[in-house]
Design a binder for this molecule. Structure first.
Ligand code: 5AD
Ligand code: SF4
Length: 463
């Protein structure tokens, strides 16, 4: 008997990329592949890359380089590069020059073609490069292999049309394309029936969902409809653009018991001049107004953000305006990034003329992080005494007598583990008893909530 072939997928980047990996894995499952625990045990290795910043690309380039050793030791192994970097001409040139051990390159728009591409690779001696420059129609009903557990992600909109001047995503993921409402609802219903209780709706800009459909649809209506599905306990969505965050959406979140009270609202900068040059299409004033309306309507909302420091031409004074905004909004957490020039974007050209010196960039990042850590700690301290549900993800990395879970607003909470209990993937009531900068401490105050009765897992759902 010949053994079934195995695969290993290395995934970089965002949740959209992780979801793509599930679809790649689903297709491989249909072809008879099974997952290998390590790359060196696999017959096929796919590197699903991210292009958002230079650092993500460097990691992927480093890993692709390392794979040469595996290929030399085992020429039968097939190596593929996929994802956002594959959409960039610079990556293709690099691969041709430095990585002729790679067998296949495909992009974000044709991952559904994996079976055909694998077939074709066997017919050729050189690298097969099949990258679509633009996106085709949304492809439904692809097989998918999701992780076990109770969390699942569901794509609702692909691509991004906003063209922020620093960002590569509109080039790597194409224009905005929403999925129809019906297949989304069917997918979430099927997931709920299989025991997935914590659903995250995904898109580069979920707030634009449905605007391109005929008749147009709206994220608020979609959320309200998904909320009625039995078995869905928590409903999340990411990522939001402040420009399209409607009052209707705020009202829908406020009225809901399932939609997360966590709003991730990337601000990117706190200066109107910088925001304008970033092409964000909102002002500090309109952003603060939005934040005020969210805070007023959604009790105990947890707000997080993304901020870029050192955008070309950013002055010290403009950076201080970002600090001022952070002090005013008091985010629960912020993801802070050094500006990274992306070839082909307008800001990358400005970086050539008017860069912020590296030392100033790093100094600004440190000051921003120090301020945010102080605020995060205070925000977490304010939760002490509160009762929350924690979705248990596993044992703490540092102490196996401690459970690590997440609250509805996506904060990590640690609480004591009794060795006889298996609480993984269960929703457990806890009282918050302590706070650190990056997590909460809790005490379990009751048994896990009952699982929905419909829980019957099916392997490889065709979704
Ligand atoms: N440089 C630094 N950070 C970037 N981001 C996107 N593009 C760049 C870039 N060129 C950040 C933004 C975005 C997050 C996902 O990554 O803050 O919200
Ligand atoms: Fe990275 Fe953006 Fe592509 Fe996600 S969409 S993988 S963050 S470049």
């Amino acid at each position: 008997m010949t053994r079934s072939p195995t695969y290993f997928i290395k995934t970089y980047g965002c949740q959209m990329n992780e979801r793509d990996t599930e679809i790649l894995a689903g297709q491989l499952g249909v072809l008879g592949y099974s997952p290998a625990g390590r790359d060196r045990d696999a017959d096929l290795i796919i590197v699903n890359t991210c292009a958002v910043r230079g650092s993500a690309e460097e990691h992927a380039f480093g890993y692709i380089g390392q794979l040469k050793q595996l290929k030399d030791a085992n020429p039968g192994v097939r190596l593929a590069v996929a994802g956002c970097m594959a959409q960039e001409p610079g990556t293709i040139a690099w691969l041709k020059r430095y990585a002729d051990h790679v067998d296949l390159v495909f992009g974000t728009h044709n991952l559904h073609e994996l079976p055909r591409l694998l077939d074709e690779v066997e017919q050729r001696d050189e690298m097969l490069i099949d990258v679509w420059r633009t996106a085709g129609e949304v492809v439904e009903h692809l097989p998918s292999r999701r992780n076990d557990g109770v969390r699942a992600s569901v794509n609702i909109i692909y691509g991004c049309d906003k063209f922020c001047t620093y960002c590569i995503v509109p080039f790597t993921r194409g224009k905005e394309r929403s999925r129809d409402v019906l297949p989304i609802v069917e997918e979430v219903r099927a997931l709920a029936a299989q025991g997935y209780e914590d659903i995250t709706l995904l898109g580069q800009n979920v707030n634009s969902f449905g605007h391109d459909l005929n008749p147009p649809q709206d994220l608020s209506d979609l959320l309200a409809q998904l909320e009625t599905i039995e078995g869905v306990r928590w409903l999340r969505y990411t990522t939001s653009h402040p420009r399209d965050f409607s009052q209707r959406l705020i009202d829908t979140i406020a009225a809901s018991s399932k939609i997360t009270r966590h709003v991730h609202l990337p601000v990117q900068a706190g200066s109107n001049r910088v925001l304008k040059r970033m092409n964000r299409k909102y002002t500090v004033e309109s952003y603060l107004d939005l934040v005020g309306r969210i805070k007023a309507a959604v009790a105990d909302v947890s707000l997080t953000t993304d901020i870029i420091v050192g955008f070309p031409g950013e002055t010290e004074q403009e950076f201080e305006e970002t600090l001022r905004l952070v002090r005013e909004v008091r985010y629960d957490a912020a993801f802070t990034f050094l500006y990274s020039p992306r070839e082909g974007t307008p800001a990358a050209r400005w970086e050539g003329r008017d860069p912020v010196p590296n030392s100033a960039k790093k100094d600004r990042l440190n000051r921003l992080m120090a301020l945010q850590y102080e605020i995060s700690l205070q925000a977490n301290q304010a939760l002490v005494g509160r009762e929350e549900l924690a979705l248990v993800e596993g044992v703490s990395k540092k102490n196996d007598m401690v459970w690590a879970g997440r609250t509805h607003s996506n904060k990590v909470v640690l609480f004591a583990r009794h060795p006889q209990d298996d609480l993984i993937d269960r929703f457990v009531p806890v009282r918050i008893s302590g706070a650190k900068t990056f997590y909460l401490l809790g005490e379990q105050i009751g048994g896990p909530l009952a699982r929905p009765s419909s829980r019957d897992r099916v392997e490889l759902p065709l979704l």
